[in-house]
Write a protein that binds this ligand. Structure first.
Ligand code: NAG
Ligand code: NAG
Ligand code: NAG
Ligand code: NAG
Length: 213
């Protein structure tokens, strides 16, 4: 676990320099379901998400009535552009505002991703039985920490895998609709309004990914 955290810290802090001429696409506004599985096959969390592609804001809430046991209960509101996020705990009536150190977002292709190509998931020849996807890759300054992301041809996220030698996280998007169904979810809830920004303890890196480690 410690090794995994250290590696992902590195993944977050280093920028990729190999820009490609195939410019990455960007996902539209979306509402959907996101599941997160780690390299041990544990379902870390599953729940609804709302994503504003213009404002670069994401809300993710674990679904506690999920049919599989998950190890995490999370309600996160992430403002990627502002570099802050909120950990909301409505049961406990508490909210923490934290600095975001890494903008990795499994629902949007990074600007410096490389287009790997296209492929069919399922069948290419039987109508309605396959999905044509583009896949994108990126690595961090020549290191082994990388991501692999697949999107539909119209840039809706399908799955994103972050991996290092010792660990990986797989995000899968399902039941995606290309609209924001409930805009309220992207507004800072009353519970969080006026919360002071928490100081980050020395050595800690906060990101959307780190919430699932
Ligand atoms: C996406 O959502 C934002 C926030 O609700 C809105 O301002 C923007 O117009 C939407 N974009 C599209 C293309 O619908
Ligand atoms: C939560 O999970 C249940 C059971 O799988 C499902 O019926 C429901 O639609 C989910 N709710 C959300 C908000 O994802
Ligand atoms: C979920 O966890 C509880 C408590 O550990 C267990 O009793 C239950 O059978 C588990 N359910 C599933 C679907 O794995
Ligand atoms: C509830 O919130 C308080 C204050 O933030 C925190 O110290 C405590 O651990 C929380 N309890 C639970 C069960 O999350």
């Amino acid at each position: 676990m410690f090794a995994a955290v250290v590696l992902f810290v590195f993944l977050c802090l280093t920028a990729t320099a190999n820009a490609d001429h195939h410019h990455p696409c960007h996902s539209p506004n979306m509402t959907g379901y996101l599941s997160v599985i780690n390299h041990k096959g544990e379902v870390k969390a599953g729940g609804g998400f709302t994503y504003d592609s213009i404002g670069n804001k994401l809300r993710f809430r674990s679904n506690e009535s999920s049919p599989v046991n998950t190890s995490l209960t999370l309600d996160l509101l992430v403002f990627f552009d502002e570099g802050v996020f909120y950990e909301i705990d409505s049961k406990n009536h508490s909210c923490a505002k934290k600095t975001l150190h890494c903008t990795m977002n499994p629902l949007d292709v990074p600007d410096d991703a490389t287009l790997g190509g296209t492929m069919h998931i399922g069948s290419a020849s039987v109508k309605g039985e396959g999905l044509k996807v583009k896949y994108w890759t990126g690595s961090m300054s020549g290191k082994k920490d990388s991501y692999f992301m697949s999107t539909t041809m119209g840039c809706l996220p399908v799955s994103t895998v972050y991996y290092s030698d010792s660990s990986s996280l797989i995000f899968s998007a399902m039941e995606v609709h290309t609209e924001i169904k409930d805009p309220e979810l992207l507004i800072v809830p009353p519970l969080c309004v006026g919360q002071p920004l928490e100081e980050t303890p020395e050595g800690t890196v906060n990101s959307f990914l780190h919430e699932f480690m």
